[in-house]
Design a protein around this ligand. Sequence first.
Ligand SMILES: O=C(O)CCC(=O)C(=O)O
Ligand SMILES: [Fe+2]
Length: 310
Amino acid sequence: MVASSNHNGQGRKFSLTPEVSQLGATSWVPLVEDEVTQSFAYYYDYDSSNDNEGKAPAFASQADLDRWFRELHPFNYETNSSDGNAKQHEIAWTGASYKGEVLLRKTSWCVFDEACKCVYGYSDTWQPIAQSARMKKVIAEITEAINCVILGNVNGGHTTSPAFDCCNLNYYPRGGGVGFHADDEFLFDGLRRPVRIVSLSLTSPPSDKGSARKFQVRRKREDEDGNTAQKKHNHDVIEVMLKHGDLMTMEGYFQKHYLHSVWPGDSKEYMDHPHTQGERINLTWRTIVQHLDGSQECMGKICPLAAAVK
Ligand SMILES: O=C(O)CCC(=O)C(=O)O
Ligand SMILES: [Fe+2]
């Protein structure tokens, strides 16, 4: 089921859409527009945005997308820090685990401020900061393209939202997904303030041969929501296929009230399913609003920028 509203989004408090409207009037599709909880998610279909003549070109050419996928692919970065032997300056992709079990997907965590030493921790994974100069160069190029469309107008326009200063990457091999979760970690403070997260999907060609992945969202249940959710609310899963070049946003209090996943989650049982045959790389840009401060919540980890609260 795809839930959307006819509401055109004007006047929403937390939204990228008006700011990127030069991408094409029909480009951003609402996935969640929940005014009650101020939770929003939008989807940008690269193919349909690119097809229409007369529209401004998308943020990247097909050739750029293909090259980014190739250049970010873990195949190029033999060293994996999860083996314990990675040289510090080579850290690129790292293994991810949940409850002690190694998952199919790999992750990479990139911060844009050299002075920031925040590692990214969730479930039982603490991701080190990517150090590979080659990888950081590709991410910087993609970030610039994204910033141009997302934040480019902002600086010349009205929005005072802080720029993205970090990027989390996931590599999904055949069979891989990520289970339902919220990006509600300390760094982003999304349980207490509005957060804006933007993601880009890159897939192995061709997109229709199982490399596109089904992105799913649903309301948190009462017990997952710190008791703020209504007793009777919709637990239906809302989903969209994310293909090569597609963008997603999660905005406002989305991380407080909703969960998201990439099917088939953390299960390893769908290796042969037609929807998981290809590979996908996803980049999500975020803003660190509080750096690791040595507290218990941060497992004692501390970043020199901890005092600099945005
Ligand atoms: O791969 C995706 O689309 C989602 C990734 C994600 O949820 C995350 O990086 O936290
Ligand atoms: Fe996430």
